[in-house]
Each structure stands twice: as C-alpha cells, then as structure tokens.
Design a protein around this ligand. Structure first.
Ligand SMILES: C[S@@+](CC[C@H](N)C(=O)[O-])C[C@H]1O[C@@H](n2cnc3c(N)ncnc32)[C@H](O)[C@@H]1O
Length: 197
C-alpha cells in the first residue's frame, strides 16, 4: 500500500495553512465528512440536547453538523491551521493532543465523536509504542465522558492489524461495537466503532 501522510509526518506538521485551506475548500471532503458525521449520529440514536467533544475536529465540519442537528459541541485538534478555520466559523475549539491530555474536567461530555482522526495514532511507531499512546488516549476519552457516555469513532486503518490494535486498545475501557458500511466496496468502505462506557 502507498505511504499515507500519517505514516511519515506528524499531523501538526502535515496540516500547514495551505493544506488546511485545501481541505476546507475541497467539496468532496466536505460532502464525505458531513455524510460520515450524519451516519455517526444515526448510529448513536440520540436526540438533542447533548454536549459533544469532537476529537480531531479539524476545520469544524462535524461540529457544524452537530450544530445543525441541535447539539452543542466543543472541539480539540493538534493542528493550529485547522483550528484557525474552525475558529473563523465561530466554533468553540481548543488546541490539544488527545493522545496526551484532553483539557476538560472529568465527566464533562455526554458524547464524543471522532471522524477520520484515529489513524494518526499509527504514525511511524512500533505496535508497543502505539499501544502505550493509545492506552493514554483512551483513558483520557474515558475520563472526560459522563458515566453513560459513548464515543463514536470513524477512522481509516491501513490494514487489519491496525483495526485489531485499535479494537484491542478501546476494549480496555469501553464496550465496542464495530459497524462496517459497504465492506465490499473499497472506495466507499467506512468503519465505525461505537464505544460505550
Ligand atoms: C482528516 S482530518 C479530519 C478532521 C475532521 N474530523 C473532519 O472530519 O473533517 C484529521 C484531523 O485529526 C487531527 N489530529 C490528528 N492527530 C491528533 C491528535 N493526536 N490530537 C488532536 N488532533 C489530532 C489532525 O490535526 C486533523 O485536523
């Protein structure tokens, strides 16, 4: 498989001002990210009101969908250039690395959503290091969620090994249900992990 940005560069270095601008202006990206957010909300099956944390919020595409659906949202991202665009939209976003520390109190959010972000934890490291980083990230996500909180994650594992590793990490804290849309159409295949406390 061809190298992906997450294989060789850190997100905060990859998402330059130029890349962030291209991301935001790409109508296909906008459409796909919106559709995946709507699908993630369908899988959660919850009515508003509820407070969400968007993990790896980027330019705020999912946060705009949350708002349209009547939910409240806050976002975190490690890339300042992506956050700058989200801020221009008036969204409530903060700079933070979810594999290190999520800057909110414990039991703060009803739900969390993370679209197309988790694959970045596989950046250039060996499984043992990913496991360590992943464990810390999952402990943080668990901590900021309320007792019956749920996090819905869509991501692009590069292979079965990455999917298994992500599942193994998440299962240390959450009950995990895997949902795969269009499993036999590679271009449309989407993996969602519904993780309940
Ligand atoms: C493909 S973009 C997706 C953005 C947004 N979720 C969307 O659907 O449009 C991935 C985002 O994850 C962010 N990201 C990657 N690793 C992160 C980390 N450890 N902590 C916070 N954000 C991270 C990147 O900076 C980038 O904005």
């Amino acid at each position: 498989m061809a190298l992906l940005p997450e294989d060789f560069i850190l997100p905060e270095e990859y998402y330059t001002e130029e890349v962030a601008k291209q991301y935001e202006q790409n109508t296909r990206i906008q459409k796909v990210q919106r559709e995946m957010t709507i699908r993630a909300l369908d899988l959660l099956k919850i009515p508003p009101p509820a407070l969400f944390l968007d993990i790896g919020c980027g330019t705020g595409i999912s946060m705009q969908v949350l708002k349209e659906k009547g939910f409240e949202g806050m976002g975190i991202d490690v890339a300042e250039s992506m956050l700058a665009i989200a801020r221009q939209k008036g969204l409530n976003v903060f700079k933070a690395d979810f594999t290190n520390q999520i800057p909110f109190d414990s039991n703060f959010f009803d739900f969390a959503i993370s679209i197309s972000t988790l694959q970045w934890i596989f950046h250039g490291f060996k499984p043992a290091i990913i496991l360590e980083k992943g464990k810390k990230a999952i402990a943080e996500i668990y901590r900021i969620l309320k007792p019956h909180g749920v996090v819905i994650i869509q991501f692009y594992p590069k292979n079965e090994e990455q999917l298994t590793l992500a599942g193994k990490i998440l299962k240390k804290k959450f009950h995990v249900t895997k949902i795969i849309d269009d499993p036999n159409i590679p271009k449309r295949k989407k993996i969602f992990l519904l993780c309940s406390k």
